[in-house]
Design a protein around this ligand. Sequence first.
Ligand code: KIV
Length: 266
Amino acid sequence: MLTAYDATSAYLGEASGVPMLLVGDSLGMVIQGHDSTLPVKLEHIIYHTQIVTRVTKHAMIVADMPFMTYNASLEQAMTNAGRLMQEGGANAVKLEGGEWIAPTIRQIVQAGIPVMAHIGLTPQSVYQFGGFRVQGREVESARHLLRDAAAVQDAGAFAVVLELVAAPLAQMITERLDIPTIGIGSGPHCAGQVQVFHDLLGLFPTFGPRHARQYTDAGAAVQAALTQYVEDVKTGRFPTMEQAFGMNEDILAAVRADGAEDHADR
Ligand code: KIV
């Protein structure tokens, strides 16, 4: 799974054979420029999901439920999950939380909406965690995560994202669950992996998380290309007639003659 937020990332992700695209609330950081996912609104995810579903044919599209769009009441969660499906065109929704959110997952699933769960370091609660820290390294937090994983599976989630979970614990969770785990920063033993588009391509200028492998430095390549563009325009090397469009010589001559008469009249 890979995040996608716009036509370009969705097209490239699908064309590369990624089977599942996530319209993640990470767009709050990599698209909107916030320092957390908290300011993202449901309308933003609907808007970006519409774009992603418009340009994809085969990939499964999962839409993130943003901060405080499913926590206030079951009714709120149902309404908003429904909007992501109906208005956004998503195939499934993802929401953060373990045991405490399981009743909400159950209700949404019962309404016919596939739910992907998300446990471990859940970015919408980053201030409660006190930062982006690896989860499950102490006995109590490891037991807690095992209970969370079992709870979201029992509630009917079809898969669960494990974010920043200590790798051996992520392996244990993966072995104990029947549904697939999808890891991010949780080691190689998860059933699948998810990454943020910008992290894999080196596109985010100020940050690259340790858990991501940067497959290319697209940010540097793009910046070098744009610097060259500026230079070429300033020095007259771009555009040339190769990037321009000519016109019929007779028409040009006629128009030029009009111009000459106009000048002569003045
Ligand atoms: O919003 C997001 O991109 C996510 C992934 C990091 C799992 O939730």
